[in-house]
Unconditional design. Structure first.
Length: 350
């Protein structure tokens, strides 16, 4: 059924379709009895799905990655799709329009998406106002970034503003320094500036009576040496975990022809083309660190098998983004059922 809906939606501009589907989902869930139907269709509850990671209890390990609900407008509705947690953002201190349109492109031959959104959002205050009305028990992460016009030397102040304002309204934080769509942002992934940024945020965090988990989201394009630096930085700053990975700037091995890719231009690529590399990064971090910290795996999860591969590589939790768009909400249920089935088998109850 979803494939039929997708074939229609994919005829239109991706960004317009995103806003249309958000409104359509909200309208549908406003119909009396529809929430109960969606729960039966998509939500799976089972003790074998439950996870405790960085001090938080997750009903299941399948989350929605940042970028889908940038302004905290959809998290209540999205919870009915069966997610165990939802990450809002990336949020910046001041609202900004992002990069010029068009800035979101499907590369269907590769089951991927290229975006150069540029942290378009309404600003942290708008997100906070929506989160104040939170009546869902789904875990919410706050993904924070810097404004486009803020120089890297002053980046910490941007992260700090959003951190302070969101603190009472989210369950964990993600520091995004890995988007390729904000000029010079990825320079903050270099060892010294990153260590300084995370140390300062952790210093702020530890000043609260009940500190929140802080995670770092990294790019798939880092070298092994840079990944070694990440492991060292996590140990030195005592942040709570890593999200691997963001989108890639690589275009190698794509089926989509070069002319089409050239016409699309710059941006971060997500979906199936990043699957193997994100899994490699997860495995490298897990093995080289001796599983010293939790990892949330994201990148190219389009099936239950893809999800299990990430978990086997060392991910404690996983997130969907492009796979959710291509496969629909049924994917979450398939993944959770596969996890239950495998765990039952491991316990000799198949």
């Amino acid at each position: 059924m979803y494939k039929i809906i997708r074939s229609v939606l994919f005829q239109f501009d991706p960004e317009k379709v995103h806003h249309f589907t958000a409104k359509a989902m909200h309208s549908m869930l406003s119909i009396p009895g529809m929430k109960s139907i969606w729960r039966k269709l998509f939500v799976v509850n089972h003790p074998l799905l439950e996870r405790e990671v960085f001090g938080l209890k997750f009903k299941n390990p399948v989350g929605l990655g940042a970028g889908f609900d940038k302004d905290a407008k959809m998290y209540t509705d999205l919870a009915y799709c069966g997610f165990g947690f939802i990450e809002i953002g990336t949020v910046t201190p001041v609202g900004q329009p992002g990069n010029d349109k068009p800035r979101l492109f499907r590369v269907t031959a590769d089951s991927g998406i290229i975006n150069r959104m540029g942290f378009n959002n309404e600003g942290v205050d708008a997100a906070v106002e929506r989160l104040k009305g939170r009546n869902s028990d789904v875990i919410i992460g706050g993904n924070i970034g810097k404004n486009k016009n803020t120089p890297n030397e002053e980046a910490f102040s941007d992260y700090l503003i959003s951190f302070r304002k969101l603190f009472d309204y989210v369950d964990y934080f993600v520091v995004n320094v890995s988007s390729p769509n904000t000029p010079n942002l990825r320079d903050l992934q270099e060892k010294e500036p990153l260590k300084r940024l995370l140390s300062d945020l952790m210093g702020e965090n530890n000043g609260y009576q009940s500190p929140k988990p802080i995670l770092l989201k990294i790019a798939p394009d880092l070298t092994d040496g840079q990944l070694d630096d990440i492991i060292e930085i996590v140990a030195e700053t005592n942040i709570h975990g890593v999200i691997a990975t963001n989108t890639t700037i690589s275009r190698s091995g794509l089926k989509t022809n070069a002319t089409e890719l050239e016409a699309i231009g710059a941006g971060g690529l997500s979906g199936k083309p990043v699957k193997n590399r994100s899994t490699e990064v997860i495995r490298y971090l897990a093995q080289k660190s001796g599983k010293a910290f939790p990892i949330i795996g994201i990148g190219g999860i389009h099936s239950a098998e893809d999800a299990l591969e990430k978990l086997d590589a060392g991910a404690d939790l996983i997130q969907l983004y492009t796979g959710f768009i291509y496969e629909g909400p049924g994917l979450i249920k398939k993944i959770n059922k596969a996890i239950i089935k495998r765990n039952l088998k491991a316990h000799g109850n198949s």
